[in-house]
Write a protein that binds this ligand. Sequence first.
Ligand code: MGD
Ligand code: MGD
Ligand code: SF4
Ligand code: MO
Length: 709
Amino acid sequence: MLLREKGSKPIAIPRKEIDRWIYTTCGYCSTGCGIEVGVKDGRAVSVRGTADHPVNRGKLCLKGIHEFEAINARDRAGHPMIRDGADGPLRRASWDEALARTAGEFKRIQERYGRDALAVVSTGQIYTEEFYTLGKLVRGGLGTNNYDGNTTLCMASAVSGYKRSFGSDGPPGCYDDFDRTECLIAFGSNLSECHPVLYYRLKTALERRRFPVIVVDPRVTMLAQLADIHLPIRPGTDVVLLNALANVILAEGMEDQAFALAHTTGFEDFARTVSRFTPEYAEGITGIPAGRIREVARIYGRAGAAMAIWTMGINQSTHGSDGVAAINNLALITGNVGKPGGSSLSITGQCNAMGTREFSSASGLPGYRQLENPAHRSEIARFWGVDETFFPEKRGLAMTDIFPAVERGEIKGMWVIATNPMTSMPDTDRVREILGKLEFLVVQDVYFPGETAALAHVFLPAAMWAEKTGTFTNTERRVGLVRKAVEPPGEAKSDLDIFAALARAMGLGRLFPGEWTAEKAFDEIREVSRGRLCDYSGITYEELAARGGIQWPSPSGSHGTPRLYADGLFQHADGKARLIPLEFVDDNERPDESYPFLLNTGRVIEHWHTRTKTGRIGNLDKFSPVLYVEMNGRDAARLGIEAMETVRLISRRGEAEAVCLPTERVGPGSVFTPFHFAWGANKLSLGLLDPHSRQPAFKQCAVRIEKTR
Ligand SMILES: Nc1nc2c(c(=O)[nH]1)N[C@H]1C(S)=C(S)[C@@H](COP(=O)(O)OP(=O)(O)OC[C@H]3O[C@@H](n4cnc5c(=O)[nH]c(N)nc54)[C@H](O)[C@@H]3O)O[C@H]1N2
Ligand SMILES: Nc1nc2c(c(=O)[nH]1)N[C@H]1C(S)=C(S)[C@@H](COP(=O)(O)OP(=O)(O)OC[C@H]3O[C@@H](n4cnc5c(=O)[nH]c(N)nc54)[C@H](O)[C@@H]3O)O[C@H]1N2
Ligand code: SF4
Ligand SMILES: [Mo]
């Protein structure tokens, strides 16, 4: 009222006529919010949060609220395209022609150079049914072992760390832990911008009941401002901090000995290693005062139930997998696994980064099975009706190793599905050269043009979120249903239909008999997962819609499981978890005289990754329209750079121009820039790889900043 009196307009939400509301799950991040699409005359015209949904309780974040606009945005691809010759323009083609060309080139390349000369690079953003279908085609039909996805840029370290500690992938905790914990420690997670509805869950839990929140992040994020204690860690040194926390917990007898004895192995080696990581030693490496480390260890160690969460600040590091194992170590010595409020919970990234881990076969076989395990190979061979000797006996190259293999001439063809490496991989000038070396590149996406699509020989237009039916799995293992609300544009087909059609074009139709549908794929998923950790056998689409999702394992007759390992039985053969001694390896590019700043990269709330969606949505793009770099005010003053002045960022790989924002949010000597812009962060990044997970260290490289005038 007051605002109106002053003459400014209040926000007006137009009343829209809606024919139907269709229940789905959000297609952006892994929080997995329940969201309904409002349809009018066959068009998506609105969305609303599902009021009683167990995840979001009716709330949505900025991206969710505008999600229907991504469907109607400009440049939706409606027909296949083909490039005649090596460098002719892309021209419109029929599906028959595009599929025949793709099938022909895949066959030619595999016959001439071998099965593995074709690489398949997928995503964390299509449905689980689509992942399963793709995996069946690639592992059971194409037979290339160079099959992976962008989850290697994202969740690979979490997967690797979970496997090393617990014997299997699968986040043990759940969101309900926010409501039950007595201490939360968050590592490298910008929760308020990247998982805003989880931030809301955390804040609501804190309003009901105070408990200490500790945030470990070199940057003063909004989450850091909410924290009781913020530890502005020197980038890339989390393993040292974690070892020191364990050091104090053991030195002061705060461990849960009964739990550690009954449910872990390796205690003595672990204790010996962390005994060297005193808080004083850790202070020298992490920059966190020893007294602070002791204080945090005591809060965490004495809490009845303590919860650790983490995201890319841990995973995207040269020792990301060790960082995850170190967080798990801390949880294991204090008995904080499998109990209400006590967990080691990796906050996932993409809407279905979990689904690909479960059923895409990208790093193994469906249902968390491994290529290295002969029993797993024969189970799946029998289930799919293929010869078991067709499967490789170990995993092939990860996404980050596939690109160098193209550079070396070992891979000649690539199929890129729902990912945009020309913007999201480290050192994009090199990525461009690598993609240019391919004899054949197929890109399957929902928009055209795009940075990667522009280089394709064949472009396949896909239906997007809410234009097809299927499921996503979120951070807390909750399988959520996405229903088809509207028709895709033009001739675009669901990824599932594209996979089945390509299989037929390649003479592999036997893998997908009859009419291959999401329901059929889901039935196979239920069957193939029976008795596995990620058991879907008790899940149906109807139950998913009725309950707002179900958390696996959900064997027949059950309605899901909130926490893994509640019985203390882990997935290693002896049923015990491993305490893993971890050393600190300091191998990042370090700032020096020529490149004096350490560059940190990440996200803003308005944008999604490479901006293919959010860059096309006015209500999001206009709030974050330009590439910027945060720099400490003292550094800016020293270099004579003013607020909003355009500066040049230069690394050993490339250059980018950005608007400078002097701020106290980053400390002296470090700068931060979002990675969403094709002309930004990844022209500069180095992306050294973690030895276990092959995930790139996107968050640490050295740059120089110059004035442009
Ligand atoms: N708005 C929005 N939300 C998203 C996404 C998006 O693109 N936009 N993407 C989704 C996806 S796929 C993902 S993976 C998640 C990512 O979610 P987050 O990981 O939360 O996001 P980031 O901004 O990449 O990085 C998180 C934090 O790590 C910190 N960090 C950097 N180096 C270190 C370090 O050495 N140690 C520690 N402890 N911290 C460090 C950074 O300062 C940053 O604040 O977000 C998901 N949600
Ligand atoms: N410097 C730096 N780089 C980073 C990161 C960082 O923090 N810093 N983070 C990394 C992380 S965690 C991630 S997850 C990656 C993300 O990197 P990308 O996966 O490259 O990012 P997106 O823009 O989400 O790409 C998804 C593509 O799929 C398309 N698409 C959307 N829905 C569908 C669909 O249903 N079907 C098909 N076929 N296509 C679809 C979109 O239009 C888009 O082109 O970036 C990584 N790169
Ligand atoms: S928090 Fe994530 S899942 Fe929820 S509305 Fe926002 S983007 Fe969608
Ligand atoms: Mo991610």
